[in-house]
Design a protein around this ligand. Structure first.
Ligand SMILES: Cc1cc2nc3c(=O)[nH]c(=O)nc-3n(C[C@H](O)[C@H](O)[C@H](O)COP(=O)(O)OP(=O)(O)OC[C@H]3O[C@@H](n4cnc5c(N)ncnc54)[C@H](O)[C@@H]3O)c2cc1C
Length: 411
């Protein structure tokens, strides 16, 4: 039987960051990954805050060597109105840039880096059952040839993303408070990129309240394009995901001008029902990280940042616990993790209920407020000096109301 101190389930960004940090402590860590890498996963636009966790896990050098598209801000477009955020001009004193990445390549880079440090990664191997005992757990796995194996681990970090291994095995899943949304997306050629201003910047196009498009350019000339909205919006479109995505591209002037003539370089896909959560992100002998905790919505690109920040935090606490030191998982893990998720929850709600579009596309957004909002968009959602973190609901509502009144007075 294979034995280790910490078993990490899943070699996505969260799992790789966790594994790297546990390894640095000298403990024996192993990763089990269901797929063969490179594999596709959605989530291609990162936030500057994630660079801190990637740096802590010593991943920045290998990632820089890949030449991924650098991301210095984000642009929001509605009709003729443009709201452009630059991460150099923000409230927080943190990273001012990050990357836009095809995840297959990004995740493979991280997984290869941990293997090169001597961390075993069992690819094409799924966790199928777990028996928790007092001081260790027995984890049963199944590889693609049907071989079963048992692993004995003192602690489990479940970073299985949409696989949700522990919540599913132990019936911990709970419905999220987010309404169900749908996306149609693909990667396209982008040969006219240079005809557009800021051709490499991520652009979010607001089509109408509750419906929007992401355009995420990659360094190799491809761009990821996805329409997101409520299910009824898409019911008027018929056909395969590719046929529907083509009709959606044609339906909007801004998107059609750039992508109307472009070719799909990945089979277009439909995704829905991604919002799910659990009551507790920890238990005796295990912790949940990344998407297994809670994933809200693709708006604001928070997923990978929350995944790597929670992965790093969980790894430090697991090490502390295995060193025999007391850990208050509620105070040290659950609450800080939820604080970050909840800031994004407020912003996601404010986007869909029209509060944020009012702020973004109103006539005058005061510079100081723009800097504070920019820091949230950069992922600095734990910054207690930012009113759009601490008093976010009030700050957003009052600012939107002020902008509405100002517009009415000027009309
Ligand atoms: C439409 C959409 C758009 C998004 N856009 C963005 C974006 O622009 N930016 C962003 O940051 N986030 C985005 N996200 C979120 C992003 O996809 C996730 O938050 C991110 O991938 C989470 O990383 P992770 O490491 O937690 O999990 P994952 O990246 O999902 O990795 C989990 C790994 O666990 C493995 N696994 C699963 N089950 C098992 C098992 N039984 N045994 C072993 N291994 C297993 C999987 O194969 C996988 O490799 C988006 C999400 C959606 C739905």
């Amino acid at each position: 039987m294979v034995e280790c101190d910490v078993l990490v389930i899943g070699a996505g960004p969260s799992g790789c960051v966790s594994a790297a940090i546990v390894h640095k402590s000298g403990l024996k860590v192993r990763v089990v990954e269901k797929e063969q890498f490179p594999r596709f996963v959605i989530g291609e636009s990162l936030l500057p805050r994630c660079m801190e966790a990637l740096e802590e896990a010593d991943f920045l050098e290998v990632l820089k060597a890949k030449g991924f598209q650098e991301k210095f801000g984000a642009k929001f477009v509605r009709g003729e109105s443009i709201c452009d955020f630059n991460f150099t001009d923000q409230h927080a004193n943190g990273y001012t840039w990050t990357w836009q990445v095809p995840r297959a390549e990004f995740d493979s880079t991280l997984a290869q880096a941990i293997q090169e440090r001597g961390i075993p990664v069992d690819f094409q191997t799924s966790v199928t059952a777990i028996d928790f005992a007092d001081d260790y757990s027995l984890i049963r796995t199944l590889d693609r040839d049907g071989r079963e194996e048992s692993i004995k681990a003192r602690f489990i970090i479940d970073s299985s993303g949409y696989g949700r291994v522990i919540p599913k095995l132990f019936h911990l899943d709970r419905r999220s408070d987010q309404p169900q949304r749908v996306t149609f997306f693909s990667h396209l050629t982008d040969t006219q990129r240079l005809d557009f201003s800021e051709p490499n910047r991520i652009t979010i196009v607001s089509i109408r309240e509750g419906v929007w498009v992401w355009m995420i350019p990659f360094a190799d000339g491809r761009t990821s394009v996805g329409f997101v909205g409520y299910p009824e919006y898409f019911s008027e479109y018929q056909g395969t995901p590719g046929e529907i995505l083509r009709q959606l591209i044609e339906s909007d002037d801004y998107v059609r001008r750039r992508f109307g003539e472009q070719t799909f370089v990945m089979e277009p896909r439909k995704l829905e029902g991604w919002s799910v959560t659990t009551d507790k992100f920890y238990g005796k002998g295990f912790v949940l990280t990344g998407n297994v905790t809670e994933f809200l919505d693709p708006m604001f690109s928070s997923g990978v940042t929350l995944a790597v920040v929670s992965g790093a935090r969980a790894a430090h606490l697991a090490v502390k616990s295995l060193q025999g030191l007391p850990v208050d998982w509620e105070e040290e893990y659950m609450k800080p993790t939820m604080r970050g998720v909840d800031v994004f929850r407020t912003f996601v709600k404010a986007w869909y209920d029209g509060t944020l579009p009012t702020i973004f596309f109103g006539t005058r957004l005061e510079h100081r407020f723009k800097q504070q909002i920019c820091s949230v968009l950069a992922g600095y959602v734990w910054d207690e000096t930012n009113p759009f973190v601490v008093k976010r609901e009030k700050a957003l509502t009052q600012l939107a109301e002020y902008i509405r009144l100002q517009a009415a007075a000027e009309a």
